[in-house]
Design a protein around this ligand. Structure first.
Ligand code: SF4
Length: 272
């Protein structure tokens, strides 16, 4: 299947439905094939410079504000062999270097396909292209220390601090995320932390201050991106017949976003 650039905001389902379950399982085990929801070029939002971004399918979290719920199911993604992905990325390598950019894997949760991710980053890094992993961090232990060396930057989502709030928001525990952040700190691997600001859900100043303190103490967080909640994914929830609970929530105002940035800055971090 050709890798054609598509927006992650397009609804995409069943692209991999013809791949037999046994092939999916062996692809996940070997990393010789992955599943991509979409593939974009020219992004300036997913790491430094201008980037090619692969959006993987598969995520075991259920964030209330997820704007790509069509990435939750692995078989919604298009199957792509590792060699084809490497070959495609090779075409962009000179341009990406000139634009001080690189290659980012986002999702979904890329580490649902940890073997594919590790092998792809290894190959792209060997081309001299900057690599970034955008992850919720919960499956970080699937990567060895050696594999982390091929990842120049981790875009780590920290969604909440309070364990109950985190579980309410994502359906999962925050502990493994924080453990991965600490490990990246020990390995001196750079992090850009990402925090989605949802009015009434994640705009509590105390909560943000706790995350800011944690992030500042890590010593490897180069910047924090405060991402304002938006409603661009709402139509996907409806199309997939999922129960969306944030329909009445407005995006935060610029002032509220700036206030959150100030809390991170007060802890000594760079925040945008
Ligand atoms: S971790 Fe990301 S892809 Fe997964 S449910 Fe949350 S927002 Fe969606």
């Amino acid at each position: 299947m050709p890798l054609i650039a598509k927006s992650p905001y397009d609804l995409r389902v069943n692209l991999g439905r013809d791949v037999p379950e046994t092939d999916v399982r062996s692809a996940l085990a070997s990393g010789e094939m992955g599943f991509l929801h979409s593939f974009t070029t020219g992004s300036t939002l997913d790491g430094p410079g201008v980037r090619v971004v692969g959006w993987t399918s598969g995520c075991h979290w259920r964030c209330l504000y997820c704007h790509n719920p069509d990435t939750w199911t692995m078989s919604n993604g298009m199957p792509v062999t590792l060699s084809h992905a490497v070959e495609e990325l090779r075409k962009y390598r000179h341009g990406l270097k000139v634009m001080s950019g690189g290659f980012t894997l986002s999702g979904g949760e890329p580490l649902m396909q940890d073997r594919f991710v590790a092998k792809l980053f290894d190959a792209v890094h060997a081309m001299g292209v900057h690599t970034a992993l955008d992850t919720n961090g919960s499956l970080g232990k699937r990567l060895s220390d050696g594999e982390l060396e091929s990842i120049d930057l981790v875009l780590l989502d920290i969604k909440a601090w309070d364990p109950d709030r985190h579980r309410h928001l994502t359906g999962m525990d925050v502990g493994p995320v924080l453990d991965f952040a600490r490990r990246l700190s020990e390995q001196r691997r750079p992090i850009w932390a990402r925090y989605v600001l949802v009015p009434g859900l994640t705009d509590d100043a105390e909560e943000i201050a706790q995350i800011a303190k944690f992030a500042a103490n890590l010593g490897n967080v180069e910047r924090v991106d405060v991402l304002p909640f938006h409603q661009m994914g709402q139509y996907k929830w409806k199309a997939l017949k999922l129960d969306y609970t944030l329909a009445g929530v407005e995006p935060p105002s610029d002032e509220v976003v700036e206030r959150a940035c100030e809390i991170f800055r007060a802890a000594g971090l760079t925040a945008h």
